[in-house]
Design a protein around this ligand. Sequence first.
Ligand code: TRP
Length: 468
Amino acid sequence: MAGARGQWNSRFGFIMAAVGSAVGLGNLVRFPGELNANGGAAFLFVYLGLLLLVGLPAILGEMTLGKLSNSSPVNAFRQLGGKNGNKWAVVGVFGMMAAVFVMFFYTVLAGWALRFFFETFRDGWWNNPGTLFSVVSVGPWTVLWHGVVTAATVFVVARGVSGGIEKVSVIMMPALFAIIGIIVIFTAFQPGAGAGYRAIFQPDFSELTAAKISQAVGQVFFSLSLGQGAMLTYASYMDKKQSVSKDGSTIAFADTGVAVLAGMMVFPVLAFAGLLHDPNVTGEDASSFGTAFIALPQAFLQMGDVVGRLMGGLFFLGLFFAALSSAISLIEVPVSVLIDNMGLARPKAALLVGMTTYTFGIWASLNSHALELYDEIAVNLFIVIGVAITTFFAGWYVKGVGKELDRGLKSRVGYLAVWMMRTVTPALIFAVFIIGGFLGGDSGFVFWGDGAGFKELGHTWRLAFGGH
Ligand code: TRP
């Protein structure tokens, strides 16, 4: 049945699609914001450590489940779960729900990026990015742009794995890398760039708290698209001869590389505009949204009309490419379930999922607390639990994970990875879930809040429904 399900045409295509899933607003907007709010290089250092201890074993485990089962997340857990397969299938459903929750707000954000790109051609953009942002980010126009992005996503996914997703990924991803390269090089030559680099590469460990470590874990998972069946689904379309170890680590390091480059793109620009230590832009209370959508345009503005417009336009075009390729992989998760488990035709499945996420996204387009609520539910609950169980399952229950990871390699990478999946990785995730969820500190593992994760979640819930 592999043929009917679809398969990647080439290894390059698969890697571009998977990097497209991983690289998104998480890398270009969230990561620089977190880096800045959490002590620069100290956060980077923790992030890299967690990538090796948690992110890498988790992505390898999840991808192996997809490759071994050759099916949707729900089927993967059912098949590989043996006689308890039907119970394990619940984890697949859970992961799919996580992807759906992310989708409820993700296309809304992608819509902002697209709108900002178009605004660079118009004069309004220059006058006051703050006002522009408030118009773009909530309201009836937001509903419209969210619809445009959703429609584009559905269109690509409906055309199939190699005919749609792979085709756009091999164009959009190299284009994105080129855009990032241009901006990074351009900003390196702006006065003040050094101060920008210092802000991200000079560690300040006094800013690091346990809560921030848990925040970094959340960021690793979100950025690598883990715990939601996305990497599992993409890996299920892999050529059976390819190595999960090689491709998975390529994807993980490419994602991290882009995140660091995003920092190198954003901070010199802020430094140039003298916004680096502006408490409204950086620091604890500033949101990463403010950095990308208000401070950055403001800084570009100071570079002069033509150059600023050009760089700003490129930035938002890149942001849109990154977000669109992630949105595509988000809806591919439920779409694969509808195809593999319910026998739906792909275009129908894509349309159905698109209509559902569009409808729920309307709330996030009209109410910023609702957007936050979707985000916190997905990131603080679903994703963390999803990664922990998936990794545990791959490490302890599924036979042949180590062997699959050793494929084509001389060393015993598989043995080490499985050992990590059994011990260090789930233990760390559990610790982080407790610390971030209950202790919080000055910043829980929520992305835009303070206080302990679960308390914060309750607070956002009340705000979204009109309370306070
Ligand atoms: N990784 C994406 C980013 O950094 C966002 C994301 C989270 C995602 N979960 C996902 C993308 C699941 C695809 C599938 O922006």
